[in-house]
Design a protein around this ligand. Sequence first.
Ligand code: NAD
Length: 745
Amino acid sequence: MSDSRIPAFFRKSIADRLETLVERGFIDPEDVVLLQQTAGILPVEVADKMAENVISVFGLPLAVAPNFLVNGRDYVVPMVIEEPSVVAGVSGAARIMRHGGGFVANADQPILTGQIQLVDVTDPDKTIEVLQAAAEELLQEANELQPNLQKRGGGARSIEFLKHRLADERWTVMAHIAVDTRDAMGANLVNAICEGIAPKIAELSGDKAGLCILSNLADKSLVTSTVTLPLSSLRVAGFSAESVRDGIVMANELAMADRYRAATHNKGIMNGVDAVAIATGNDWRAIEASAHAWACRDGKYRPLTNWTVTPSGDLRGELTMPLKVGIVGGSLQTNPGARVGLKIAAAASATELAMLMCSVGLAQNFAALRALVTSGIQKGHMSLHARSVASLAGAPPEIFDQVVRRLIDSGEVKDWKAAELIADIRKAQKPAGKKRAGIDDYASGTAAGKVILLGEHAVVYGRHALAMPIKDAMTAHCRKARGPIVLRIPGWDLTQSFDQQDDSVTGAASILQLLLVQLKVSAENIVMEVESRLPVAQGLGASAALAASMTRALSEYFSLNLADDEVNQLTFQCEKLAHGDPSGIDNTVAVYGQPLLFRKGKEPVQESIDLQRAPPLVIACSGKRGMTRGQVAGVRRRHEKNPSLYEAVFDNIDRLSLAGLKALVGGDYDALGAQMNVCHGLLNAIEVSTPELEAMVSLAREHGAIGAKLTGAGGGGSIVALCPGVQDAVSSALRDSGYQTIQPN
Ligand code: NAD
């Protein structure tokens, strides 16, 4: 690297500065092209006047957070931030907070303190006595220095004095002058006052003036925002309102006790506050310094918020912090971006802007804590929570996992629910009759559902598809009973009975009958009861999961010891019976329960995918049956009419599936989300979407899903959405609109 000493760099034009940096190897020539693209709202010529040695303008996303109701007024909040989820988090929180009437905020007068130091003071008490006596005179002189500020209703309000003994034992006295700076942040105004009255203070006390500058600890400009959230507004899919409320209160208490937690807690608050500060041209370093100094005002670093339960059981949040901001002065006037931000915030005074910022900080804190105590748990910790509830309820090892899954699906992770589920599952399993030689009286088998991330329909035409399992989607319990063969699927409201020789059997029972024939077992007197997490005909591989789980149960019941490959073969036979021309993907995922890249045809591909972590998916079912056979036939007809058009679509879907595999394995959810969105568009183009699926996809995207698409054959059925950080928000929104959601893992 070259010498970084560049004489007279500041005198160079922007082009010359860039050239110099290229010459010295500090930036690449390609970077110059990028830096010269000043498409942002801050022209580089203006930026050049704002700071020194400017070479370009650095971009950050400017977003807005809607839904804010503060002191009865509606706001759309401008936010400049690069961190994902913050804007979505505050917007969602503000939406919920409207249920309790929004935020109630108040602010102190906009006072900024200036400090004038006296050094080498021999008798600090005497100095303070003298200066105290001259307080009025000093305030008058300060105000004469800023006549316009007085005209606007501001000005110096009070002055007080403190003494400190420094490390070398010398005394120093500080004059603290409190100035109401009205709508300006006031740093320059107060600095000017400090420097202006310092000679007078020195003269009166006979001491020497030292540092003269504002203090960024703006503890006379405290702002408080409070919010009351009705208990009913706190419910999150999978969690009761009480557990969310109590979790947030506990998280706050933890931050009170633990400064490591408090630092992260307050950082979240500043995510909201700083983003508004930057968007409105305010000095966020000043705000940060003030907030953290205030947070440890009594010597211990604490959270800035306080969350409590009201006597009526609701959740009350309060954020108090110093916020000395401006809507005039500083860089606000010069930066067109800040002007736009201020216009969007539409605050009539600096204190109104401060109250809005404080409310955004509180909203962000709520969003973060809510996510921590819910989806944070959901993604990894949620199952731990459900496991501990299942364990406390006494779930035996053989049904433990089932209880956990069904607890999570039910949205009621509670001990009473666990007890209910244990009883249900035991009832379904109760063996009747004695054990026969070689044949157990009871056996069970489990299989996965599938959700296609990319590639449906195209897969029928020899292209790749990418599918994820829905773990433990179905469990079949086979037991001995009296009478004919019975198939019962309580979740589908289905009971069918038949004799093995009966050739008029239809529906799900025909799958069981086919299996009995293929397995060459005689099965009078069995009852097959299937627990299903999957609704029927929703594009989630329910028929394959049904066949695979029943095959496994029969294999165990008749001691056949079928290998997975054999189970897969049989399941594929059943899929042919159910769907005509299945791709083979459903049975493979049902049996192996692994993410899968799949292609059928001459060079078939069946690659199981190893993932470090499951992608944050939300699956939602429309409830409208999407019959695969009909949809596949419809696409075939249209393909025959327009082969080249349809082939081009399938090629595009193929490319998306392959790129999606890369994104999935690399955890690049932005890319995967975009691929899912485009794939949805292509599926719409081949006419397998419906208005309802479109509405569900839009709803998921509105609530923060970065990718959303129909999944499976379409024409009804389900959608799948990729929701990093917003799984809760998206599933709640879909559930609130009446759709069933399913936990994929
Ligand atoms: P400023 O110097 O632009 O002063 C505000 C101006 O606005 C004054 O000229 C005032 O007369 C005028 N004004 C018009 N209408 C007004 C109204 N209604 N109320 C109040 N004043 C009104 O800005 P400032 O606010 O004194 O200083 C802010 C800038 O100082 C920020 O950019 C900050 O980054 C910078 N700064 C900060 C620090 C620090 O925080 N430690 C130190 C130095 C400078």
